[in-house]
Design a protein around this ligand. Sequence first.
Ligand code: HEM
Length: 465
Amino acid sequence: MKSKPSEDTPAPLRPTTEPPLASGGLPLLGHTWKLLRDPLGLLMGLRDDGDLVRIRVGPKTVYVVTDPALVDSLLRNPNYVVGGPLWDNLRVLLGQGVATSNGPVHRRQRRMIQPVFTPERIARYAATMEQEAQATAERWRPGTVVDVGSELFTTAVRIVARSLLEVDSLSDRADLIGSSLHTVFEGLYRRMILSAGALYRLPTPTNRRFDRALAALHQLVDDIITERRNSPYRRDDLLAILLQAREESGKPLSDDEVHDHVVSLVVAGAENVASTLAWTLHLLIQNPHQETRLVEEVRSVTGGRPVTFTDLPRLPHLRNVVTEAMRLRPAAWIFTRRSLAEAHLGPYRIPACTDIIYSPYAIQRDRRSFAQPLEFDPDRWAPQRTTTVSKQAMRPFGTGNRQCPGDHFALTELAIILATITARWRLHPVAGTDTTTKIGITLHPTCLLLRAEPRDPQRPASIPA
Ligand code: HEM
């Protein structure tokens, strides 16, 4: 019987169409210089050259998908695996956890972690999110200057640690995680853009700082696992699931695998959330009428009491503000895949072992998908205005078999923290703030220093627990 051709089984191949070479490459250097100097500018310009284009990075030819429908085809075809420069480098940090594994191992790991992200669980974690959001808002004092990036990172680490790992020791060390992760992400980004192999093993101050920060992160997670193994209390969290899980052979997971899952979830769960929140606050400051609408909407629903999970369905503007901030300022801006075998993507032939890039940042700012794409317009997500095009061009959590398992967790957390902070504080930029985009594994404002002024000066600075 003849099998039906599909994206997974690409035979018979159609006539080969090689994607065009992107313009602007330099002799010998190709597109490397531009990728180093202005990666966002490079990625944004590529769609003018084609739906799928080739760029030259050092000695390699890398493919970049620029069309939202082709990105969907890429992400929905499991033959394009997690690989390429981003993931090869992230493995240094994430090991063989769910974010970096492929094939049957990935399927098994995904099934294993899924139970911690059910709607019932999210509703349960929401109580922790509410507490942590309020604790953050109550910690600030009228007139003080807040380093928003590090404050929100601490909040996000505490939420993920308390929700998924039920450990306070990790959340107490959120500052150490924040600074170590910052150093590690910088080093990984450098390695992703400029693969210089042995140079990164030289004992330079930068390399030593990177090694120390990576070791500190791994040690922290090892401590948590040891602590749990020695604990007399039974828990019902991600760590308990991992420690009780069995491979198909019946063997328990190795400590290394448990370790890699924990690192993957803490890293994925904190960095993206903190960066998204920082961008959202920045966008609201730039668009005061949107901020006023948001504060009024929250007030009309809560009447001034703290925001809760059950309020969220009645806060459509809040949801649209978060969605629009994720469109215009996506924290996760670049992803890579690798083709296992020769394959097709639309009309194009993809050779085996090709690295393929796509950029949510470039796609979500493209005028072909969004009117006035550089404008912060939360109302574009009102039901009457959303279109099929904008849905395909808006995949901040990816799609297909690697779609973010923490998407509902993240949306709930973003909404609760944002509503809690903006209802309580009016934030003003101060000298030293630098809102240029800091490019790394994620995108975030370089340094967001904001002075906090209470919206309601009558309210006491802190409410006793
Ligand atoms: C604003 C917040 C977040 C954004 C924008 C985001 C975005 C993404 C994206 C785009 C992917 C897919 C990557 C790909 O296609 O290669 C992903 C994967 C992942 N995310 Fe998230 N994420 C967020 C929050 C979270 C949270 C809160 C958690 C967990 C608590 C989480 C856990 C993960 C994991 C484990 C993966 C890997 C899944 C796999 O490969 O099967 N993320 N995330």
